[in-house]
Design a protein around this ligand. Structure first.
Ligand code: GDP
Length: 289
């Protein structure tokens, strides 16, 4: 999957020729640094990672095995944030989730995937079509809801996303839904109006969690926008979409390290079942080949 980073990790390991050879460790670290940067790992993250890996390899005794062990441990440390645990249910249903993200990130599809994930776990799920920004978004969510057989709240005559979100919450509460997933407006880029609208929806429905859907294929931009969403509206989890198309692999590491919000799920295809709980060690194994 991440052929290039996996290959260059192997190259880095092969630089270590003899036990306790400090000069060859330096070469391995330089090679590793290059490959992390090429894989779109943020430069600060890369710096922290290689410093920790060099120290840990020395502590374990320089050699190929200890370099690999240090690399595996440090990657795992970076990717493991408190709260990596998939979906968390509120003690007072409906667990209300705001789905946020830029247009095209996969937000509406991911809302359907999460609904499907929860439905398979016997939860009563309501999705709400509060993305009124993109013309086709409501229709798309209707189709997805029908496909995964969950209920949907929408109002073709209502132009105010706050009213839609509130009405959906009222329905979900009255009709004892376990989970309410609210699909909110996306934009091509972050703008003040979008943030204000999101803030207002958030304040109106007091969600249990806000998920940010980040498109893996946008590399460093995914980290930047996730940071902005975190600062402006607060996010509780990141879902990395289109991970199946990501050949570099660095974005998960950068988001975990730079944004400081747990990665919760990854999207691994266009179909509804293509959603996995984010498991740090599984990602490390994929990166290391
Ligand atoms: P939105 O504007 O953020 O709501 O984006 P959409 O949900 O409409 O998704 C945009 C495109 O990305 C669609 O063609 C989706 O099928 C595709 N997509 C979403 N998630 C994934 C994923 O995990 N993998 C792949 N390969 N495609 C995805």
């Amino acid at each position: 999957m991440f052929d290039s980073i996996t290959g260059s990790i192997k190259n880095a390991v092969n630089k270590i020729r003899h036990k306790d050879d400090v000069a060859s460790l330096k070469k391995a670290i330089t090679e590793l640094k290059k490959s992390l940067l090429k894989a779109d790992v943020h430069h600060k993250t890369t710096k922290d990672l290689i410093t920790a890996i060099e120290l840990e390899t020395k502590r374990l005794g320089i050699g190929q095995d200890s370099f690999l062990k240090a690399l595996r441990n440090e990657l795992s440390n970076v990717l493991t944030t408190q709260g990596n645990q998939g979906f968390v249910f509120s003690s007072t249903p409906p667990t209300t989730i705001l789905m946020t993200g830029l247009q095209g990130s996969g937000k509406t599809t991911t809302t359907g995937k999460l609904a499907n994930y929860l439905k398979l776990r016997k939860k009563k799920v309501l999705v709400a079509a509060a993305d009124l920004q993109r013309l086709a978004a409501v229709e798309q969510l209707k189709q997805i809801a029908a496909q995964v057989e969950v209920d949907i709240y929408y109002d073709d005559n209502e132009k105010d996303p706050i009213k839609i979100a509130l009405a959906a919450k009222e329905k979900a509460t009255k009709e004892l839904y376990d989970v309410l997933l609210i699909d909110t407006a996306g934009r091509l880029a972050i703008d003040e109006e979008l943030m204000l609208q999101l803030e207002n929806v958030r304040n109106a429905v007091s969600p249990d969690e806000i998920f940010y859907v980040a498109d893996s294929l946008t590399g460093h931009d995914a980290t930047k926008t996730a940071t902005t969403f975190k600062e402006k509206i607060g996010i509780d989890g990141v879902i990395l979409s289109k991970y199946d198309g990501d050949t570099k692999g660095g974005v998960a590491i950068s988001i975990a390290h730079q944004v400081g919000v747990p990665l919760r799920f990854i999207g691994i295809g266009e179909k509804m079942p293509d959603l996995e709980v984010f498991i740090p060690d599984r990602i490390v194994s994929r990166l290391m080949g």
